[in-house]
Design a protein around this ligand. Structure first.
Ligand code: ATP
Ligand code: MG
Length: 358
C-alpha cells in the first residue's frame, strides 16, 4: 500500500548561520537542498519508527498467538509423551508394587511363641501349629529355645552328640549343621539342658541379644515359617527370640492366674520395640485349654484379656483334650495322632495363614 510521508509532529526546522550576500543564491540553493535532506531524514526515521512499531506489534501478536495457538497445536504433542511417561511410571510403580507384594508374600514369618507363665501350652501350640502349617504346604523350621527341651523331646529328637541351639549361640557351628528333620517334614534346631549354660556364658557377650537373630538371618530364606518355642521366663533366651521374630504369638489359658502376667509381656514387647526390634508385631493371643464345660468362666477370662491387652485374640480357641495332651508322648503332632481331634488347630492354622502379607 502506498504510504504518504509527512514531517514528524514536534520536529523543529534547523536553524542555520546567516549566509554571506555574495553567495546568496548559492546559499539559498544549499539551504533548499539541506531542508529537503532534513525532510527526507525525518520521513525516513518516521518510516523506521513505523516499521519498528509494526514489528513490535507483530512480535507481540505472534507471542500472544504462540500463547494460544501452540497450546492448541502443541499441547497434544506435549501431552502424549507426558501421558506415556505417566503410564510408564504407573507401570513401573505397579511392577514395583507387585514385586513388593511378592516380597511380602515370600517373607519368612518368624513367630516367637511366648508367655513367661509356665505350662500354658507354648510347646504344644508350637508343635501343632508347625505341623498344621506343613500340611498346608508351608516350609517350617522349629527353634527350641527352651533349655527344658520339651519341643525336641516331644518330637522324638535325640540331641546326644548333636549340634543344638547351644552350639549355634556359642558360634561353634554353622546353622545348617544344627538343623535336624522331624517326622512331619518340619525341620528343627533342637535344645537340651546345655542351653541353660548359654545364658551365663554369654552374659557378657557384646550384642548378646542379637545372637539368635543372626542365626535366623542365615537360614530364613529356606522357610516360610520359623516358630520359636520360648521358655517360661523373660530372660536372655526369650529376648533373643523377640529380637529375631517378626511376630509374637501369646498362648494363654483362660483362667485368672494365667492372664495376670500378660501386662508384663506387653511391657516387654514395648521395651523390645524401643531398643532392639522396632518391627516386632503381636500376631495375636491363642486361648489354649478352653474348657467347654466352664463356658461362663472362660468367657469372663477372655473378656478380661481383651480389656487388659489391646491385641487380636484368635477366633479359634484350642480345647482341652486328652489327644492334645497325650500326642507328644507318642512323638506325634495332633494331626498325625488324631485327625478328628485336630480341627481346632486346623482352624487356628488357617487364621495364621490368612494373616500372610498383612
Ligand atoms: N489343649 C490342650 N489340651 C490338653 N492338654 C494340653 C493342651 N495344651 C497343653 N496341654 C498340656 O499341658 C501341659 C503344658 O503344656 P506345654 O508344655 O505345651 O506348656 P508350656 O507353656 O510350653 O510349658 P512351659 O512353660 O513349661 O514350657 C502339657 O502336659 C501338655 O500336654
Ligand atoms: Mg514349653
Amino acid at each position: 500500500m502506498p504510504r504518504t510521508y509527512s514531517r514528524r509532529a514536534g520536529s523543529t526546522p534547523r536553524r542555520h548561520a546567516p549566509a554571506k550576500p555574495a553567495d546568496a543564491t548559492a546559499a539559498k540553493t544549499r539551504k533548499k537542498k539541506s531542508d529537503e535532506k532534513e525532510e527526507l531524514a525525518a520521513n525516513a526515521s518516521e518510516v523506521v519508527e513505523d516499521a519498528e512499531k509494526k514489528v513490535d506489534a507483530e512480535v507481540t501478536a505472534s507471542a500472544s498467538e504462540k500463547k494460544d495457538a501452540p497450546e492448541k497445536k502443541e499441547k497434544p504433542a506435549e501431552k502424549e509423551p507426558k501421558e506415556k511417561a505417566k503410564e510408564k511410571a504407573k507401570g513401573k510403580h505397579a511392577k514395583e508394587k507387585s514385586e513388593k507384594t511378592e516380597k511380602i508374600e515370600h517373607k519368612t514369618r518368624v513367630i516367637a511363641v511366648v508367655n513367661h507363665k509356665g505350662g500354658v501350652g507354648k510347646t504344644t501350640c508350637t508343635m501343632d501349629i508347625g505341623a498344621g502349617l506343613r500340611r498346608y504346604g508351608k516350609t517350617v523350621l522349629f527353634i527350641d529355645a527352651d533349655p527344658q527341651g520339651s519341643l525336641s523331646l516331644g518330637l522324638g529328637i535325640d540331641t546326644k552328640g548333636k549340634n543344638t541351639l547351644y552350639e549355634l549361640l556359642k558360634g561353634k557351628c554353622r546353622p545348617e549343621k544344627a538343623i535336624m528333620k522331624t517326622k512331619s517334614g518340619v525341620d528343627i534346631i533342637a535344645a537340651d539342658i546345655m542351653l541353660q549354660a548359654a545364658e551365663g556364658e554369654l552374659s557378657n557377650e557384646p550384642g548378646r541379644d542379637y545372637l539368635l537373630s543372626e542365626v535366623v538371618d542365615k537360614v530364613k530364606d529356606k522357610y516360610d515359617y520359623i516358630l520359636i518355642d520360648c521358655p517360661p521366663a523373660l530372660g536372655m533366651l526369650t529376648l533373643n527370640a523377640l529380637v529375631a521374630a517378626t511376630e509374637a504369638l501369646i498362648v494363654v489359658k483362660p483362667e485368672f492366674y494365667s492372664i495376670q502376667g500378660i501386662k508384663q509381656l506387653e511391657e516387654t514387647f514395648n521395651v523390645v520395640r524401643k531398643r532392639l526390634n522396632k518391627n516386632l508385631k503381636v500376631a495375636g493371643i491363642v486361648i489354649n485349654m478352653y474348657d467347654a464345660r466352664r463356658k461362663q468362666k472362660n468367657k469372663e477370662a477372655i473378656d478380661a484379656i481383651q480389656e487388659m491387652f489391646d491385641e487380636h485374640i484368635f477366633a479359634s480357641s484350642i480345647r482341652n483334650t486328652a489327644a492334645v495332651a497325650v500326642s507328644p508322648s507318642e512323638h506325634e503332632d495332633i494331626f498325625a495322632y488324631s485327625a478328628k481331634e485336630a480341627s481346632d488347630f486346623d482352624a487356628l492354622v488357617k487364621e495364621i495363614i490368612d494373616m500372610e502379607g498383612k
